[in-house]
Ligand binder design. Structure first.
Ligand SMILES: NC(=O)c1ccc[n+]([C@@H]2O[C@H](COP(=O)([O-])OP(=O)(O)OC[C@H]3O[C@@H](n4cnc5c(N)ncnc54)[C@H](O)[C@@H]3O)[C@@H](O)[C@H]2O)c1
Length: 348
């Protein structure tokens, strides 16, 4: 039986990966210290998800380790000797990072280095999958010519309907401190692949979403938007007339891609993983889609000032993922994702 070590196991992507690999017969070790509650307060608490994993995955082992604890990480990896590592633990918010720069960098950059180096010493042959972000491109996507449509912004050049590919520059733009710490981690992951020939990849996420997200205003766009809709909370829109576009991918489709990579790993790869054009929507469009499912109108307010570094229109070009792993494709559509999130918040 193979063993996988998943960091951030109580979070959205980590928990999905735990469930997905457990169903495929792997032994699951999760690492999470509920730091999300420290970053975002009680509404970011992920203990409910940790409990769910303990109850639903036979033999699930939870490790209450802080990924910043270098000796602790080395001991953990030495003890578990995993056949694969999926690193999803992070300070995930662009806006939150400015208030906690040391915590952000120590978690995102140094925490990633701790696991990479532990893996190199203990299990260099084991595939290492890192969750990166489209914020590594900074606000450069905002320099693409755009056209304003009735409910969304759209690319006004050859990228229209195609999206942003992995060769897009990550340099000389505004990233937010979060984007900068994630760039450091992303490049380290590539370097352990290229320099040490380890089977690593960085997945640059668009909007990763799904029913297991503990969505808060500062992170977890769709999850939080649906929560606002159901609870009658006013959703605050920041700039771009609410037409900013994000591409949404269900956490299960992320886990399926991770499995494809783990089964046939490559070295030092980078993939843009999002919902692509077909699963993209603007915030205004997300209001409508959600209202159709919940039967409730969205309450919202608008503020002219956009969030610093926010993308006006971003969706991923999925060509490289589909070419390297032809068995993989998006399997859950945007309306289905919203239905699942509505139903999950109602249950919770
Ligand atoms: N959700 C998105 O829209 C999105 C988009 C792009 C990239 N990503 C990336 O994907 C990854 C997973 O995102 P998510 O949405 O599942 O995040 P999440 O916040 O739901 O999960 C992350 C988990 O990591 C844990 N954690 C944080 N710091 C820790 C520490 N120091 N020690 C131990 N555990 C710690 C948290 O408690 C949390 O449970 C992150 O790297 C994030 O940057 C997410």
């Amino acid at each position: 039986m193979k063993t996988i070590l998943v960091t951030g196991s109580s979070g959205l992507i980590g928990s999905e990966v735990c469930q997905y690999f457990a169903a495929a017969g792997w032994t699951i070790h999760g690492v999470d210290n509920n730091q999300r509650a420290v970053f975002f307060g009680p509404s970011g608490d992920t203990r409910w998800n940790q409990k769910r994993l303990s109850e639903s995955i036979r033999g699930f082992v939870h490790h209450e380790v802080d990924i910043r604890d270098r000796p602790g990480v080395l001991t953990l990896v030495s003890e578990v000797k995993p056949d694969a590592i999926v690193h999803t633990a992070a300070q995930p918010s662009h806006d939150r990072a400015a208030a906690i720069p040391f915590d952000d960098f120590d978690t995102n950059a140094v925490g990633t280095l701790n696991f990479l180096e532990a893996a190199r010493r203990v299990c260099p042959e084991s595939p290492f999958v890192h969750m990166s972000t489209n914020k590594v491109y900074g606000d450069r996507p905002n320099r693409i010519p755009l056209v304003e449509l009735e409910t969304r912004w759209e690319y006004d050049n050859e990228l229209r309907g195609k999206g942003i590919a992995e060769d897009f520059s990550i340099d000389q733009s505004m990233h937010s401190l979060f984007g900068a710490s994630k760039v450091a981690a992303d490049v380290l992951v590539q370097e352990y692949g290229r320099y040490f020939n380890m089977p690593t990849c960085a997945l640059r996420g668009g909007c990763l979403t799904g029913p297991s997200h503990s969505g808060v205003e500062l992170h977890g766009f769709l999850s939080y938007l649906v929560k606002c809709n159901l609870q009658g909370i006013e959703y605050k829109l920041y700039g771009y007339r609410g037409k900013q576009v994000r591409d949404n991918i269900h956490s299960e489709d992320v886990a399926r891609f991770i499995q494809a990579f783990v089964e046939a790993p490559r070295s030092g790869e980078v993939y843009n993983i999002g919902g692509g054009w077909a699963n993209s929507c603007s915030v205004l469009e997300a209001f409508d889609l959600t209202a159709k499912v919940s039967g409730r109108e969205q309450k919202w307010t608008y503020q002219e000032q956009n969030r610093a570094g926010d993308h006006i229109c971003y969706y991923s070009d999925l060509t490289k993922m589909r070419t390297h792993y032809p068995q993989w494709d998006i399997s859950i559509s945007l309306p289905e994702i919203i239905e699942q999130i509505v139903s999950a918040w109602k249950d919770r």
